[in-house]
Design a protein around this ligand. Structure first.
Ligand SMILES: Nc1nc2c(c(=O)[nH]1)N[C@H]1C(S)=C(S)[C@@H](COP(=O)(O)OP(=O)(O)OC[C@H]3O[C@@H](n4cnc5c(=O)[nH]c(N)nc54)[C@H](O)[C@@H]3O)O[C@H]1N2
Ligand SMILES: Nc1nc2c(c(=O)[nH]1)N[C@H]1C(S)=C(S)[C@@H](COP(=O)(O)OP(=O)(O)OC[C@H]3O[C@@H](n4cnc5c(=O)[nH]c(N)nc54)[C@H](O)[C@@H]3O)O[C@H]1N2
Ligand code: SF4
Ligand SMILES: [Mo]
Length: 726
């Protein structure tokens, strides 16, 4: 360590676990990262991605300046040239072709940056477009829809009380690799082991025997895509065997009789063949769930990105409700973050509406103001009024993350008059942009988890200021997005603080707080002042100054019951059988008899990888983090594949080739490829990732398979054919 070496606390932005890190800094370079033992939430936990913070931060392929396309070529440019280009194009396109001509795609890291929590809503309202797409329709939209319908608030997502539960039924999630999702819990693996140590039980439902499944007391290797059937049968058993006990929830429920009638025919015997689980196992899982003193059912990617994703998400909470575990310690509770709206008196709300408008080409209903990403390419390609002519992508790489990347790739190349990417890398998506606006490396930015604190297993709040100063020529992402809001909204050149001041004024008015409060806010930047305001108006009445005085965070205690205050349904109750759900049940019933013969594809995540953008860090590459096709020995033998052979995988959207990895950790009838690979397109600048590009699993999808209620793409349980490649 040189004499100018120092440390700084910093919350890790790389996954939903939000671990506190202690960065070692020499000069302005992050040379190391370890777990922050004083962090009130993570208490020293770190994973290999967090430990590689320095390498990711200093990646030489990160863009250092904006890029602007001139004469067809992306060239380095100044910030003013970049924003001039945006201001010259977007408002004119909107004037000429209407607001729908500009589409927006918001990618996953928006939930991991402070800017992503503060500015996208302002960007969307400045544009006025309904052509809004996000990674949610590749991910958790089914959960938003089921929460919207059940509780009247799409953001009211109950999280399992990991530290106090006695029984966890975990469906389609692998937190030992993912470190958790819609359940922010640093050291998820340790919390699961602690559950076992205190005598609790863990059941895992997953077609793969994952590292998480290996920790479990019971692993049910379900046939992919059939979780909604399993969950309906668990519900049916609870009813039939009189094991339901909603307890104190009873007075808040509506539609219990209708619900029990609606699922009465989903008996374990009826679903067993489709799920490929025997009826006795299903009964046993239901009885164990009901018998546990406190239990939580938790479903994630494998239960969402499937044909019945919304039904499965709904049934997860139905089970929590019928067993009396919703909103009680040890069950599944609604977090209350420090920047949430302060609780109000319980009262009926506006409810949650689906399909208030539809997509232009295929008529997909909106959900939560969004259209399915699967429909983005056709909205660019298909002529007519309302066609997307310009696209703004913030922190997203849909060419790899969404179905049929080749088609989207072509649409971005040929179908747009103008494209902007806010992204640190020139990758498969941003290479099509006319203007690329690169945020600085994370060490140079502040961090606050607006989204993830509202999904955390413990109420707590932490804030990190930049660990090193903003490098000369860099622009903070908050300022980038504020300037983008101004540039698209015809206010190019106004000071970016104008955007924050307007937001502060609007928030004060909405809260009915005195306008003079604006003058009391502290903070070095507009983003900090907005954070200060949200803290002050929030449920704990905190201030930015208090956060700064506690660099390792403030613990706000375990999750507490919040019903009925969270409910925003029209009835003011939990609406157990919402009409759109009831109308979708016949589709689930129709799948009862189905038991397709061929192979189906599921995904997987690797601990040292994250979606499409972490394959460029040498320390995170290699080992088992590879793009192989996992296949069961019996299936491999039948097809004539040996370990290491090249397999050809064919499906509705196309075909790809990958090395076969023969393993009995996938069940028979199922093959698995990870996503986020396929770094072989020209014009990108990710030299390390390009060395071993892998293939894009999403090329197998043609984008037509969706969960109809949420518009979420079917990414798991996709029918495929596998043959040896000759
Ligand atoms: N087959 C299959 N496909 C999947 C999935 C799956 O399980 N299977 N999972 C889906 C899921 S859950 C998700 S969330 C999506 C993700 O889909 P996307 O969000 O579209 O993709 P990412 O790969 O996360 O891309 C993130 C982008 O943000 C950039 N970035 C990184 N840090 C920052 C930052 O600080 N600021 C800005 N502005 N940009 C940044 C990266 O360079 C990258 O371009 O993929 C989905 N696709
Ligand atoms: N290391 C790492 N961590 C990450 C990410 C990453 O890419 N890498 N991505 C982050 C993001 S954006 C998200 S959304 C989260 C996701 O977090 P998780 O939901 O935990 O994601 P996965 O690890 O993909 O686990 C999904 C599991 O579902 C199983 N599965 C597939 N189909 C089915 C099915 O039909 N039924 C059932 N029951 N199971 C099925 C798969 O085998 C897999 O084990 O992870 C986040 N954390
Ligand atoms: S678990 Fe997630 S938040 Fe924690 S260090 Fe790893 S990547 Fe960062
Ligand atoms: Mo995700």
């Amino acid at each position: 360590m040189s004499h100018d070496s120092r440390t700084a606390p910093r919350i890790c932005p790389l996954c939903e676990a939000t671990c506190g890190l202690t960065l070692t800094i020499e000069g302005t370079t992050v040379t190391g990262a370890r777990g922050d033992h004083d962090d009130v939430f993570s208490q020293g936990f770190i994973c290999p991605k967090g430990a590689s913070f320095g390498g990711l931060d200093a990646d030489p392929d990160r863009l250092r300046t904006p890029l602007v396309r001139t004469d067809g070529v992306l060239r380095e440019a100044t910030w003013s040239e970049a924003f001039d280009a945006v201001a010259a194009k977007i408002p004119a396109l909107t004037r000429e072709h209407g607001e729908q001509a500009v589409g927006v795609y918001l990618g996953n890291p928006n939930v991991h940056t402070m800017a992503g929590g503060l500015y996208p809503p302002l960007l969307l309202s400045a544009l006025g477009t309904r052509n809004v797409f996000t990674a949610s329709t590749l991910d958790q939209m089914p959960k938003h829809v089921s929460s919207g319908l059940l509780f009247g608030d799409a953001q009211a997502i109950p999280v399992p009380d990991l530290d106090r539960t006695a029984h966890l039924l975990l469906i389609g999630a692998n937190p030992l690799e993912s470190n958790g999702s819609l359940c922010t819990a640093p050291d998820f693996p340790g919390r699961l082991r602690a559950l076992r140590r205190r005598g609790g039980t863990l059941t895992v439902v997953d077609p793969r025997r994952t590292r998480t499944a290996r920790l479990a007391d019971r692993h049910a290797a379900i046939r992919p895509g059939t979780d909604a059937l399993l969950l309906a049968a668990l519900t049916q058993v609870l009813v039939e065997e009189k094991l339901t006990d909603p307890g104190a929830l009873g007075e808040h429920l509506e539609g219990l009789d209708e619900l029990t009638e609606a699922i009465a025919d989903f008996t374990p015997e009826a679903v067993a063949a489709a799920c490929d689980l025997d009826a006795e196992t299903i009964r046993a899982i239901a009885r164990e769930l009901a018998a546990a003193p406190a239990a939580a059912v938790y479903g994630r990617i494998g239960s969402c990105t499937v044909e019945h994703g919304t039904l499965a998400s709904w049934l997860v909470d139905v089970l929590n409700i019928l067993t009396g575990n919703l909103d009680r310690p040890g069950g599944a509770l609604f977090p209350l973050s420090a920047t949430a709206r302060a609780p109000r008196a319980a009262a009926p709300g506006k409810g949650f509406a689906l399909g208030r408008w539809t997509s232009r080409v295929s008529g997909h209903p909106e959900a939560k103001g969004e259209l399915p990403v699967s429909a983005l390419a056709e909205e660019i390609e298909t002529p007519g009024e309302g066609r997307i002519r310009a696209l703004i992508v913030v922190a997203g790489n849909p060419v790899l993350s969404a179905p049929d990347g080749d088609r989207l790739d072509r649409a971005l190349a040929d179908g747009l008059d103008f494209m902007v990417s806010v992204d640190p890398y020139l990758n498969e998506t941003s290479r099509h942009a006319d203007v690329v606006l690169p945020p600085p490396p994370p060490s140079q930015g502040a961090h606050f988890d607006f989204a993830l604190n509202s999904l955390a297993v413990r109420n707590q709040v932490r804030y990190s200021r930049p660990a090193v100063p903003l490098e000369e020529g860099r622009m903070d992402e908050s300022e980038i997005l504020a300037r983008l809001v101004l540039a698209v909204g015809g206010m190019h050149g106004a000071p970016p603080e104008a955007v924050d001041d307007r937001a502060i004024g609007a928030a004060l008015a909405k809260a009915g707080a005195p306008a003079s409060l604006a003058g009391e806010l502290t903070g070095r930047t507009g983003a900090e002042r907005r954070l200060d305001l949200m803290l002050r108006l929030g449920p704990y009445g905190l201030t930015l100054e208090q956060l700064l005085a506690h660099p390792h965070g403030i613990d706000l205690g375990p999750l507490k019951p919040r019903l009925p205050e969270v409910l925003r349904t029209r009835s003011g109750r939990i609406e157990l059988l919402p009409a759109p759900i009831a109308a979708d049940l016949p589709r689930l019933r129709a799948s009862l008899g189905a038991r397709p013969a061929g192979l189906v594809l599921v995904g997987r995540r690797h601990l040292r990888s994250n979606n499409s953008w972490m394959h460029n860090v040498p320390a995170l590459r290699g080992g088992s983090n590879v793009c192989t096709l996992q296949i069961h020995p019996d299936d491999a033998a039948r097809i004539g594949l040996a370990d290491g052979d090249t397999a050809r995988i064919t499906a509705a959207g196309g075909e790809v080739e990958a090395f076969a990895e023969i393993t009995d950790s996938v069940r028979t009838g199922v093959v698995s490829l990870p996503h986020g690979w396929g770094h072989s397109r020209p014009g990108t600048r990710m030299s390390v990732a390009g060395d071993d590009p892998g293939v894009n699993v999403n090329q197998l999808l043609d984008g037509t398979l969706l969960d109809p209620l949420s518009g979420t793409a079917v990414l798991n349980a996709v029918p495929v054919a596998v043959t040896p490649s000759r």
